[in-house]
Design a protein around this ligand. Structure first.
Ligand SMILES: [Ca+2]
Ligand SMILES: [Cu+2]
Length: 318
């Protein structure tokens, strides 16, 4: 599982299992998929190191053992932050995917997302679950404050959306997938996604129904594993549609997303929780619901919200 460390313009790797991504210019976003990905626009990023793998339960456990960090999901939310919240929403809890038993309205994500008291990174599906057999799976159920604390402890940073997307493309500029134009080239599964009818039937043709151990699928052109699928990954950018943040005239240098105040969820009036961009899609992305198993795909994620399909990896800027 140890990836060969690339030594290049960035000098020696700052930590094990990191790959140097050379500075470059690429087409960020896509005009061919979901509206929030458009317009495709030219972007340049400086070189940086990036983790070959998403952070695992084993690594997060080491961080917690050394620092005593208590994650957001393990703490009761402060009622002052959530005016009008029901009491059951104010206990330590987190968001878990629970497959419905019959076909449901795909327009309502609450048909499969459940707020489960006692769900946290050690119990990703709730109190009855554990990560004992999942040391090499990506850690999940982390809010922004948790991944930021881990990165500080590790002496690393978190990627901007542009850095993440550039790395995910693996040198294939403008390609639909991180590996080319076909979802399953030569009938090979390149990422852990969902096969079958989401959210009721997972045929696990790719070998995994939930998370898979990191590095279970082939790496991209830069030697990075699981950039697509398995778990979504946090980026630093405040969420805004590309159309509102990009400039059409010229390439943008090291962009860092939108404005914090513009990232609030407009449907939650009076609750101003900023949202960052998450990238890469997850084991829940399915052709009949969410084709976000692509580098250009992006979704807003409230900084206080941890889920069972969201993890992260770190970078180190030169
Ligand atoms: Ca799968
Ligand atoms: Cu998806």
């Amino acid at each position: 599982m140890v990836a060969e460390t690339t030594r290049a313009a960035g000098g020696p790797a700052p930590a094990p299992d990191m790959v140097w991504i050379p500075a470059g210019t690429f087409m960020m976003g896509s005009d061919s998929h979901y509206p929030e990905e458009a317009p495709a626009h030219e972007v340049s990023v400086d070189g940086f190191w990036i983790d070959s793998f998403t952070v695992t339960n084993r690594q997060f456990a080491q961080f917690v053992a050394e620092t005593g960090h208590v994650t957001v999901a393990e703490q009761a939310p402060d009622p002052a932050d959530y005016p009008g919240a029901k009491p059951e929403m104010l206990m330590p809890a987190s968001t878990v995917f629970v497959a419905p038993t019959r076909r449901v309205d795909l327009a309502n994500p609450y048909n499969w997302w459940t707020y489960v008291p006692g769900a946290d990174w050690r119990h990703p599906q709730g109190p009855g679950s554990s990560v004992e057999e999942k040391a090499d799976h990506p850690v999940v159920q982390l809010a922004w404050a948790d991944v930021a604390a881990f990165a500080r402890w590790a002496g690393k940073q978190l990627p901007s959306e542009a850095e993440w997307e550039y790395a995910a493309r693996g040198g294939l500029d403008g390609a639909t997938y991180a590996w080319g134009e076909e979802l399953t080239p030569a009938n090979q599964w390149m990422a852990n996604t969902w096969q079958g009818e989401f959210p009721i039937r997972n045929t696990r043709n790719d070998g995994h129904a939930g998370t898979a151990p990191v590095g279970s699928y082939p790496p991209n052109g830069y030697g990075l594993y699981d950039m697509i699928g398995n778990v979504w990954e946090w980026s630093t950018d405040w969420y805004q549609p590309h159309a509102q943040t990009s400039h059409s005239c010229c390439s943008i240098q090291n962009p860092h997303g939108g404005h914090r105040e513009d990232s609030f969820d407009p449907s939650l009036r009076g609750i101003e929780i900023p949202r960052r961009v998450m990238k890469g899609g997850s084991h829940l992305c399915a052709p009949n619901y969410c084709r976000r198993y692509r580098p250009a795909a992006r979704m807003p994620q409230a900084v206080d919200t941890a889920t069972s399909h969201l993890g992260f990896r770190c970078i180190s800027r030169a």
